[in-house]
Design a protein around this ligand. Structure first.
Ligand SMILES: [Zn+2]
Length: 159
């Protein structure tokens, strides 16, 4: 059980830089944290989170009676994601990098050809130059990064 008031948004937990080591979602009924096995699955949950809150039963054999998969505490650094962000388009990869001072995470997209896109402007330019992705628009990409939870930043890290 989280020590803070229950959160209704999903979370990614960050163990090391770069990228996220564990994806997790909080049950809207019992407030326990459930591990989500893949980023794809996490993004699926996140993309419709406001309409379909996550519940333990969404996982195979899941139940609110089971102990939490992980606890929200300072043994790892947590970052809380914003709900209802678009799923990463097929073939693209979304990466999150935690800054070494724990100040924030940066979101990037890697295109199928391996190009790194750092902003909506870069996405717009890429889509313009690559008409094969004409079914995509900048709204399929989100550079909103999850919020680092101050109370889970290692105390050895001083800003
Ligand atoms: Zn539950």
């Amino acid at each position: 059980m989280a020590k803070d008031s229950p959160r209704t948004t999903k979370t990614s937990r960050v163990a090391s830089n770069p990228s996220v080591s564990i994806w997790a979602a909080q049950c809207g009924k019992c407030y326990k944290w459930r591990k989500i096995s893949t980023q794809e699955e996490f993004e699926e949950i996140r993309s419709k989170f406001n309409e379909e809150p996550f519940h333990c039963e969404n996982k195979p054999n899941g139940s609110c009676d089971d102990p939490a998969d992980i606890e929200y505490d300072s043994s790892h650094t947590w970052a809380i994601d914003k709900p209802n962000q678009p799923k990463t388009p097929t073939g693209f990869k979304r990466e999150l990098y935690l800054r070494s001072d724990y100040s924030k995470m940066d979101a990037y997209y890697i295109t199928p050809s391996g190009k790194k896109l750092r902003s909506t402007n870069e996405v717009a330019a890429f889509l313009q130059q690559n008409p094969e992705y004409s079914d995509l628009s900048t709204s399929n990409f989100s550079f909103k990064s999850p919020k680092i939870m101050d109370d889970t930043i290692p105390s050895s890290s001083t800003k």
